[in-house]
Write a new protein. Structure first.
Length: 366
């Protein structure tokens, strides 16, 4: 009877075992399909975001904790976004980092606040004769206490020399700023004119008041000599309407037209010559800019057949330059505006000069 009962039990277990094996196989196949899908999804994400993925500490901690529960062989088989060697290393690094307090320790002296550094640099630039001690004392007056060596280090780190060297050298920009109200400049430009005798080169001599950017055309001529320049000097310094009356300095290059007699006439009227070094157009940048503007906006776009047509074009451009054109160097203001900007309603019209070459848009009051 025992044998018969055992055989019956075995016969009953065989179908059950078969069902369990089938169910286990189906679960394994489904798990494998899920794993394969997740692996493929990871590969797609890596293709989208690049081969190298970057993780923060929290993400590393989560991956390392899960990886620790999987045997190395299986981890090597399924790991996709990090190697099996990397995952345990992350875990060890995060544990060590948790108990590492070196990041909270400060080494060396505390850093100087950025606003103090900027203030030290400002004082040094605005006061060429101030040394380290003078700057330190000035900061102390403002309630800022730093030592003399800190001031010295700030200036050295920013390439600023000590006071003796710094005070003995005046920058060109500082010189202009210090004499802005009494400083003028001059330059010469040339224009080709078609005449009955062929192409003739005309010289246009102009002067500029640097502070206001006002420009005065002193002469337009094909023949420029010393007598012509002397007469121009007398006109510029005429007590009634001379363009340079009240000005003390005139910047000019080394053109031979600026003769000794021309400069002497200016000097007698109180205008001192500031002769620029050779090949330094950047020191007369405002005049150079005017030359580029009048040529690109007007002269280079026209063909002149007489001195009269050239003078007319220059006159029209100067009127536009002074009363219609915005100047970036003057914060986009107009030198001598004819109209106020208060009007926000009314018809807008285009005031054209030189056949539409120069345009100005004006709104009429409603």
């Amino acid at each position: 009877m025992a044998e018969d009962g055992q055989s019956v039990c075995n016969r009953l277990m065989t179908p059950m075992r078969f069902i369990l094996l089938c169910l286990a196989g189906w679960v394994n196949r489904e798990q494998q399909a899920v794993i394969e899908y997740l692996l493929e999804e990871i590969r797609v994400l890596k293709e989208i975001h690049g081969k190298k993925l970057r993780f923060n500490d929290a993400q590393r901690r989560r991956l390392a904790a899960k990886a620790k529960k999987i045997r190395y062989g299986k981890l090597k088989e399924i790991a996709n976004i990090a190697t099996p060697q990397t995952l345990p290393r992350w875990f060890r690094t995060l544990v060590a980092k948790k108990y590492d307090s070196s990041g909270s320790r400060r080494v060396g002296s505390p850093s100087t606040r950025e606003e103090i550094v900027e203030l030290v640099l400002r004082m040094a630039k605005e006061n060429g004769g101030w040394g380290y001690t003078r700057i330190r004392d000035a900061l102390s007056n403002l309630g800022i206490e730093i030592c003399r060596d800190t001031v010295a280090n700030i200036l050295k780190d920013n390439g600023i020399e000590p006071a003796p060297e710094r005070g003995s050298q005046t920058k060109w920009s500082d010189f202009l700023e210090q004499h802005w109200d009494v400083m003028a400049a001059t330059d010469l430009l040339t224009v080709e004119v078609w005449t009955l005798k062929g192409i003739v080169r005309y010289h246009v001599l102009f002067f500029m008041r640097l502070k206001t950017r006002e420009v005065h055309i002193a002469g337009v001529s094909a023949i420029c000599d010393g007598l012509w320049m002397e007469q121009i000097a007398r006109n510029l310094t005429d007590a009634l309407d001379g363009f340079l009356v009240g000005y003390k300095y005139l910047i000019h290059d080394r053109d031979p037209l600026f003769t000794a007699d021309f400069l002497e006439t200016l000097n007698d009227a109180g205008v001192n010559s500031v002769r620029l070094p050779r090949r330094s157009p950047n020191l007369n940048a405002f005049c150079e800019r005017f030359v580029r503007s009048i040529k690109s906006e007007c002269l280079d776009q026209m063909i002149f057949f007489s001195e009269r047509s050239l003078r007319y074009a220059i006159t029209e451009y100067l009127e536009h330059y002074h009363t219609k054109r915005n100047h970036q160097g003057l914060e986009s203001q107009i030198i001598r505006p004819e109209f106020q900007k208060n009007c926000v309603t009314g018809e807008i019209t285009n005031r054209r000069r030189l056949g539409g070459m120069l345009n100005y848009y004006h709104r009429h009051a409603a």
